[in-house]
Ligand binder design. Structure first.
Ligand code: B12
Ligand code: SF4
Length: 649
């Protein structure tokens, strides 16, 4: 009888079960194969709490006594650089003959962490071999016929280190790897350089993994299993066709029971909120049309597929009930537009009390933002990326500066927290675009600031990586930390790596022209109270605007009827021609002069010929009498309440 063990090694967010392996467990159960999931990253976190946060018993204490970078390490939510959580396990994998410690510390760690933090990282590394001993002791390995490691984010080196130990002690046990770190050439490189791995499942494993188990059981050859990489005559062989689930409704409901059982045993479980992942679609409908140049999100399968609204609703309710979920994060790369007509109105009716997260495309309508809020969405990732239409065009994003800003404004208005980054460093971008962006940023300080101003990352599978030379990059090489993680040559690392560094063919240095934007965003983010921009319509058709932003031009504005009409009309971005037409017979020159004054006072922003009001205003199409703030289901929000702003903890 086959019995499978699926393992999640550090680092993988300790406050969420993993969707991929939980789907695989459920899929195997349907085919009569028993599988267990071990979240060994939770075990590792126990030790990290001892080293990083000993004696801390409340979230408030954690926030005040542990630095944000150490919190990331503790909660296993590190970004892709500097991969300290990977390096912590490198010696356990390669021994002391691996890569040079001193150089990694000087070259990669020290620029990111202070001396005390580096000491903590070293202490964690000292413990890594003992943690692996614990893992070896904890698990009844002989109960299993196959051990699967899931590797996404910074789980790679720890997974390799444990897999090596398992194979040494239990050579008969088959070892398989899957997850985002294993797709395509990365998977082939795994088999080439790590002889203790038997199989890699590249891409979606929902069909290929059970099929692999079936072939093993029935002793059939492995040819034809989409996405499977195995050794054929000693050479890693990848079946060319990427694995691809066509019917999303055919997927089982993920089985998260192992996570919850193991999580609630942890002494730190009261310190985090569990966020439950769920998926409703895969691929990207926008990327099928125009693949955003920096995006590697979809690996080798861009084709968009979504669950039916019935299935999506039933699965959401099942997960909510079964795990008493308070937070559900949808893992979709992009929300299915059809759900605005189907699923979302149903979720809004349910009044389910769960806080939802989605990734969306930012050129969304106001009514759609309102519907998202009613459906329970409290956090969004709208893929803003830039506030320059020229740069957005260069990256193929399919939206404009004003669409992005109106999305941020409506999110504020309906109490939804948008997460976004300001990306720079696109080849062919014009430095003057950043000079143009500065006054725009200065005008929107009542809105949610970007989380970071960050140079574009080069990810495998992105157009920037696949077509680097024709897109203006050269000298593409694995990101620096990889050279210290694995004692392999650059060619091998080139196949193993997911994140890359690059130079620009035209020799540009984007740092030289983004400074003022970065400096302003830092000032904006450092404000304890960013202030508000509050619009209030008066009975006589006039309005007032109170501006308490830290950089306001004037604290109070009184708007005439004409100004009020223009201001509310531009709740959604409008061209001068549209505004003039709507205000006929008012003179064009008058309209232009009023628009100019709004922009000068940072009450509006402009993009070429189009204008957008910045203060949240009542929904257009409703008369003053129809619009009653107090009766509105969702009051206009002009400042995010503290509880909505997530912290690391
Ligand atoms: C949802 C998501 C998040 C969520 C939640 C992540 C989570 N842990 O659940 C949030 C928003 C928190 C997040 C954050 C980040 N993310 Co993210 N995220 C995704 C996203 C969009 C979906 C992941 C997902 O759940 N997919 C659906 C499930 C079903 O797929 P899956 O996990 O891959 O599993 C399938 C297969 O891989 C395979 N499989 C998996 N494990 C195993 C094991 C075995 C044994 C087998 C046989 C098969 C197998 O079968 C599974 C079923 O088909 C992916 C992109 C994508 N489309 O996958 C990026 C992605 C995973 N994220 C990525 C990155 C880089 C990040 C960040 C660093 C953000 C950033 N700066 O870009 C942070 C880091 C977070 C952290 N350290 O905790 C990269 C990871 C690259 C890598 N090599 O690992 C990806 C691939 C996208 C990208 N290119 O940017 N992310
Ligand atoms: S960035 Fe988002 S919208 Fe663009 S292709 Fe990737 S998933 Fe699609």
């Amino acid at each position: 009888m086959q019995r499978v063990l699926l393992i999640s090694m550090p680092s993988a967010g300790i406050y969420r079960p993993l969707l991929g392996i939980s789907l695989l467990k459920a899929e195997l159960a349907q085919r009569g194969i028993a599988a267990d999931i071990r979240y060994l990253n939770l075990l590792w976190a126990r030790h990290c709490f001892d080293v990083i946060a000993k004696g801390v018993s409340t979230r408030a204490e954690l926030r005040t006594s542990v630095s944000p970078r150490m919190l990331d390490l503790l909660f296993q939510q590190s970004q892709n650089y500097p991969m300290a959580d990977e390096w912590i396990f490198a010696r356990a994998l390669y021994g002391t003959g691996g890569t040079s410690d001193g150089q990694y510390i000087a070259d990669v760690l020290r620029p990111e962490y202070d001396a005390e933090e580096v000491a903590t990282i070293l202490a964690l590394r000292e413990f890594a071999p003992r943690f692996l001993d614990d893992c070896m002791r904890e698990i009844p390995w002989t109960d299993y016929t196959m051990v699967g490691f899931t590797s996404t984010f910074t789980q790679h080196v720890s997974s390799l280190a444990l897999a090596k130990r398992v194979k040494e002690d239990f050579p008969h046990l088959r070892i398989v790897f899957g997850g985002a770190n294993c797709e395509g050439p990365m998977g082939t490189a795994l088999l080439r350089h790590f002889p203790f791995i038997d199989f890699v499942v590249s891409g979606e494993g929902d069909d290929s993994f059970p099929e692999l188990l079936h072939r093993l059981e029935s002793r059939q050859p492995f040819d034809g299993i989409a996405g499977l990489i195995w050794r054929k005559n000693g050479e890693p062989t990848l079946h060319s066709e990427p694995a691809y689930v066509r019917t999303m409704d055919a997927l089982p409901t993920p089985d998260y029971t192992d996570f919850f059982a193991q999580y609630h045993q942890q002494p730190y479980s009261h310190l985090c909120e569990v966020r439950v992942p769920l998926e409703q679609s895969r691929g990207c409908w926008w990327g099928m049309r125009s693949h955003c140049t920096f995006c590697g999100l979809n690996g080798q399968t861009m084709g968009f597929r979504a669950k039916s609204p019935d299935r999506a609703e039933q699965e959401f309710l099942e997960i909510k009930e079964r795990y008493a979920a308070s937070f559900v994060d949808f893992t979709d790369n992009i929300l299915h537009l059809g759900y605005f007509e189907t699923l979302l109105p149903r979720l809004a009716e349910l009044d389910h009390g769960v806080e939802l997260f989605y990734e969306i495309k930012s050129n969304i309508k106001k009514q759609q933002v309102e519907l998202l809020r009613k459906a329970g969405v409290r956090r969004l990732q709208p893929g803003i990326e830039s506030l320059s239409s020229n740069i957005l065009r260069l990256m193929g994003k399919g939206c404009t500066r004003l669409q992005n800003i109106q999305c941020l404004k409506w999110c504020l208005q309906y109490g939804i927290l948008p997460e976004w980054n300001l990306l720079y460093g696109f080849p062919h971008e014009d430095p003057s675009d950043y000079a143009d962006m500065l006054p725009v940023l200065q005008a929107i300080t009542h809105l949610r600031p970007p989380r970071a101003v960050t140079r574009i990352r080069m990810d495998r599978f992105s157009p920037n990586f696949n077509e680097a030379a024709s897109r203006g990059f050269h000298n593409v090489r694995p990101q620096r930390p990889y050279f210290y993680l694995h004692p392999l040559d650059q060619n091998a690392l080139q196949d193993l790596a997911y994140f890359f560094e690059y130079d620009y063919a035209d020799g540009r240095d984007p740092e030289s022209y983004v400074d003022s934007v970065r400096a302003f965003v830092d000032v904006w983010k450092s404000q304890e109270r960013a202030g508000t921009l509050v619009y209030a319509g008066l009975d006589d058709g006039e309005a007032i605007i109170d501006d308490s932003r830290f950089n306001s031009a004037k604290p109070h504005f009184e708007l005439s009827r004409l100004q009020t009409r223009i201001y509310t009309f531009c709740d959604q971005a409008k061209s001068t021609a549209q505004i003039v037409e709507a205000l006929a017979p008012t003179e064009c020159a008058t309209v232009r002069s009023l628009l100019g004054a709004f922009v000068a006072n940072r009450l509006m922003v402009q993009d070429g010929d189009r204008f957008l009001s910045l203060a949240p205003t009542p929904t257009l199409g409703k008369t003053a009498a129809e619009f009653d703030l107090t009766a509105s289901v969702i009051p206009i929000v002009t400042r995010y309440p503290a509880e909505l702003v997530p912290s690391a903890v």
